[in-house]
Design a protein around this ligand. Structure first.
Ligand SMILES: Cc1ncc(COP(=O)(O)O)c(C=O)c1O
Length: 439
């Protein structure tokens, strides 16, 4: 058995020297399965059918040959790829601990548990975010308190956080919408003053910077998403939770029912522990991600800088086209202190200068073949809040900027690996639509 193979053996399963090894993978994938996976990842395009099918047959033949010469993967969950991605993430973000998970929402759950969140405690969350941010507090009967947003960035407004802090506030959860930083200095000041845990929803912000630090590493915890729509993905789902706090020793054990994936267990005599940081002991769940997910994240991570750079250039181009157009409000761009991931382009109109508002604009844009996604509705608009007993009318009144932005001013424009022609078409269509609406 080669040194390499021995090294890659998992501590729980002997895939190395044994005469009768017990590989972690019960049943292997064969070359036909792998060729189906290739077909799934590289489906037939709009080009004529024959060359695709001919190429596919060639790939299948090669895979069959490879299968004869190779061996099967012996580990598909929580192995060396997961560890490698965690190490690379720690280097990139300059943080002490990182744990790769099924998704960012799992990261929030773990962070809330470490924060000691209990039923009746309060969590301050921005009114505009994705619903996932508030799911764990709702699930356990903690109280979600929605704070209004800063209309320039759509991020949480620290002044409204301050108004809404009570003696029951356990967690503040800023969300860096589109990868643009919330006002972390003000938020951390409030958190320190009132001894509150800060969990950053950094779902959009993997690689973004705020005053020399990476977003997601400024609060006590930060959770990032690698869901398929994000700047980088881990084959469709994935997330990573990071911290610099001293719960770090037990941190990765919160992922998989208390196990430490790198720690050898002699003779399978293992123990499982409850975990704690602030608050009482809690039982860890199972949020394990696969080796293939980690490999997917590692591959995309190599291109992260270039991906962000291309999006930044696209955002700069759109701003340069829109900034002098009456009726359009452009989003803030990067500065020396702030580097967004440009995950989303935050587009706003000023209805006072136009006939109609963002709803009229969206209709006009759709007729020109442009997809736009408002996506982040104020959370009090979702039925779940009413069903769980929240007085949504009262909450709405305390979040006037969120209501105005969502109904009348904002949408997201697509921003990804565009051709120059696509980007120009997008900018032209936006300007034309606004011109049609101008008073
Ligand atoms: C702001 C925000 N928070 C949290 C999430 C949840 O991420 P995940 O799907 O990885 O759980 C998303 C996903 O789109 C998001 O946009």
């Amino acid at each position: 058995m080669s040194k390499e193979k021995e090294k890659s053996a998992d501590f729980r399963y002997n895939t190395g020297k044994s005469r009768v090894p017990w590989a972690a993978v019960g049943e292997n994938y064969n070359w036909q399965d792998v060729s189906e996976a290739v077909k799934f990842l590289i489906p037939q395009g709009t080009k004529p059918d024959k060359p695709y099918n001919t190429q596919l047959q060639k790939v299948k033949k090669d895979l069959q040959q490879l299968w004869k010469n190779g061996s099967s993967a012996t580990k598909l969950s929580l192995g060396s790829q997961v560890q490698k991605f965690e190490e690379e993430t720690k280097k990139l973000l300059n943080c002490k601990y990182a744990v790769f998970l099924t998704n960012a929402t799992a990261g929030f759950e773990i962070a809330f548990k470490f924060a000691g969140l209990k039923p009746g405690d309060e969590v301050i969350i921005p009114a505009i975010t994705f619903i996932a941010s508030m799911m764990y507090p709702l699930a356990i009967g903690a109280k979600v308190v929605l704070a209004d947003i800063d209309p320039k960035t759509l991020n949480i407004d620290p002044k409204d956080i301050e108004r809404k802090i009570t003696s029951k506030t356990k967690v503040i959860m800023p969300v860096h919408i589109g990868g643009y930083p919330a006002d972390m200095d003000s938020i951390m000041k409030l958190a320190e003053k009132h001894n509150i845990t800060v969990i950053e929803d950094a779902a959009h912000a993997f690689g973004a910077e705020y005053k020399g630090k990476k977003l997601g590493t400024i609060g006590h915890f930060g959770s990032y998403s690698f869901h398929e729509v994000k700047n980088i993905t881990s084959f469709g789902e994935g997330g990573i939770l990071v911290t610099n706090e001293d719960c770090g020793e037990y941190f990765t054990q919160a992922r998989f029912v208390g196990f430490h994936i790198a720690k050898p267990i002699p003779l399978w005599l293992y123990d499982v522990i409850a975990l704690k940081w602030r608050g009482d002991y809690f039982a860890p769940g199972n949020h394990s991600a696969t080796e293939l997910q980690a490999l997917g994240a590692l591959l995309h991570m190599k291109r992260l800088e270039k991906i962000i750079e291309k999006r930044r250039e696209a955002a700069e181009y759109l701003n340069s086209r829109f900034k002098d157009e009456p009726g359009i409000i452009v989003p803030p761009l990067d500065t020396n202190q702030i580097k967004s991931t440009h995950h989303l382009y935050l587009f706003q109109v000023d209805p006072t200068q136009l006939n109609g508002d963002i709803q009229t604009f969206k209709q006009k844009l759709a007729t020109k073949g442009i997809t736009q996604i408002p996506h982040f509705a104020p959370l009090y608009r979702f039925s779940i809040m009413k069903q769980l007993g929240y007085d949504v009318e009262k909450i709405k009144q305390t979040c006037p900027n969120a209501e105005e932005a969502f109904l009348h001013r904002f949408t997201h424009l697509p921003l990804y690996n565009f051709t120059k022609a696509q980007l120009k078409y997008l900018a032209d269509a936006v300007i034309e639509s606004v011109e049609e609406m101008r008073k």
